[in-house]
Design a binder for this molecule. Sequence first.
Ligand code: EPZ
Length: 449
Amino acid sequence: MKRTGQLDTLIIEHSGPLKGTVQISGAKNAALPILAACLLTDDESVLEGVPHVTDVATMCSILQILGMDAAWGDDSTLNVKAQHHHGWTAPYELVSMMRASICVLGPLLARFGRARVSMPGGCVIGPRPIDLHLKGLEALGAKITIDHGDIVAQADRLIGTTIHLSGPFGSSVLATANMLMAASLAEGATIIDHAACEPEVVDLANFLIAMGANITGQGSSTIRVEGVVRLHGVRYRIIPDRIEAGTILIATAMLGGDVWVHGGVAEHLTALLDKLTDANVVIERLIGIIHVQSDRKLKAIEVTTQAFPGFPTDLQAQMMAMMTVSHGVGVVTEKIYPERFMHVPELRRMGAQITQEGANAIIKGVERLGGAPVMASDLRASAALVLAGLVADNQTQLGGVEHLDRGYEHLERKLSALGAKIHREQATANGERTVVPVGVVAATSGSHG
Ligand code: EPZ
């Protein structure tokens, strides 16, 4: 994957209704822990449906440092297998690019009895503690210290036990992932209490089961893992990205139109689909396809983010963009990351009327937004600004596109195939701008994911 592009800009024009069919890529947030789980065996695993996004490239770089070979095969297939040496240190340069790097901790400890992973730092979407990860691994018998900003974990053997994963904002997705991976090779049974129920956690559990792990209860808040001695390589297809599907559904709601979202799994998006229906959008739930129709006459709604099956925090910014052009006053309450509102000032620059009070935002719908130069601050905020730009008058230039590229596989190409007026430009060495050819993905920066 070519890494360029911090100078990329998306040029977005007011667009009419979207029409056609779109294929959703594999889920970034399922692919990342599943890639980490490949550390649990020396065998080759073949992962299908891996999205070409920079967070995946970062995870591949980490795996390479840890002694794995990760090579793209056809299109979205990634072949991962151990090389002849093993490492157990995930360095600051890579961990600081992507917080999801923390999920190599569990598999390294389970497999090699030791791990050194740089401690993830601050994050643009608010505090992101890792206490639940450390508490859980300690309960399994690991000794953990912090040395020069690194988490150093050691365990002669991990022993199954009961782990409670509830924090002040509910369970933790990646802490549950870390426990699943560590417990799969631990001695005896582990009960993960207050486990996260997100579809990406279920996908990781199913991947581990395919590798030979003994796991039951995934998708509920109590997961049981009976440790096994060895796991083996496997061929596995990653679930479709519910957040990408949700972003395109919201885009269609805002721009109007008639779109068939292939790979949209309705059961993964119930909270969003119910809210879109409340807002006057017509949704048809088929097997593996979501059909959306909208006449743009949207009603204001109230949304509170919660753990699955509640409304996902990763669709909060996009939903807020929709409310800026809905009729009436909408409310967003963010209960997972109370500071995840970096998109608000940028939406205001486009004419949105938003008042923020703590973790609540009150959005008074306006007739029209106005295009403006805006800056993406994080992955989902950048998607929200793309959507706002498409309904705004005149042109919007979105900078900070490298954030979008961390988690969306060619969002602008998918939207433009549906009729949206959006393209990518890149500054050349002499300061001119050129349209970026198909296939180039920008570099990563910042720290979330
Ligand atoms: C995952 O992050 C996702 N990342 C995030 O997606 C997503 O926003 C988040 O889950 C919530 O759904 C990946 O899957 C790679 P958490 P994760 O631990 O697991 C608190 C995106 O845009 N907490 O479930 O790191 C935490 O502060 C990204 O794709 C603790 O208190 O999130 C938050 O309030 C961004 N202690 C809540 O729990 C801990 O040890 C849920 O966070 C860990 C978390």
